[in-house]
Design a protein. Sequence first.
Length: 279
Amino acid sequence: MKKLIIFMGILFGMTSCLTDVELADEAKAKESKAQILAYYAKLNQVPVQMADGSYYYVTKANPNGELASKGDTLSMRYILSNLVTGEVLDSTKVPLVYQYGYLNPVYAKLMAYLKEGEQAVMAIPGTSQSFPGLPAFTPLKVTVKDYVVRSQNDQIEDFIARKKLTVTEKDANGLRFIRLSPGTGEIPTSGKIVKLKYTGRFLNGFAFDGNMARTDSFSVTVGGTSTVIGFQTGIEKMRLGERAILVFPSSIGYGEKGSGATIPGFTPLSFEIYVAKIQ
């Protein structure tokens, strides 16, 4: 019985300590929030509170700017600093470029609210975890500027302009068909097997696949489903001996998931193709 009383006493003591810790953390969390509100008040700014308790204020507005959608490529410069001391913890020398919804750094939550061309200051309440230059429960200040949103359509149009290509045909799904040299043979009909030479590239020019330098060819059945829609649709527009470039968004490519470790999700692609044989 005596041991039971001692054990219960220990448990009660631990519970009391935990309660004290929780209360102390709650008080520190409130202090962190107060520091954030005081920071904005000193600048005569009224911040917007986000769902997770962070705050932001747009210091340069662009009402006609574009909001980011999942899969868009975002470019920005940022400064991470201690809100209380002003100490800079990290910053970009060159713009950071990443895919929205595919990679989510600490400031990504702000991109759901910020429009292209806008600048903003976000304040994230501190937590019980400390970091170099940022003690526990100290708010983090995130300054974002030079913010650019490029949808996949924007990226494709940039690619075409940069390469000085002339689009022969654009379909409702966003496929751009660019004829480089006309063929003189037949147009393949359903069920025909088309043998191809091709190079697949990201829009930055990186070649991720292809057989142009090899002796083998890649076979596609017209009307089949063995390749992605953008590739399949483009092939069915080509004659024997024709050379063309296909450029299409991920919605008719490899989609949100991508293809293994080779092609990330939300990636628009280009393919240079030569129809070598139809059988």
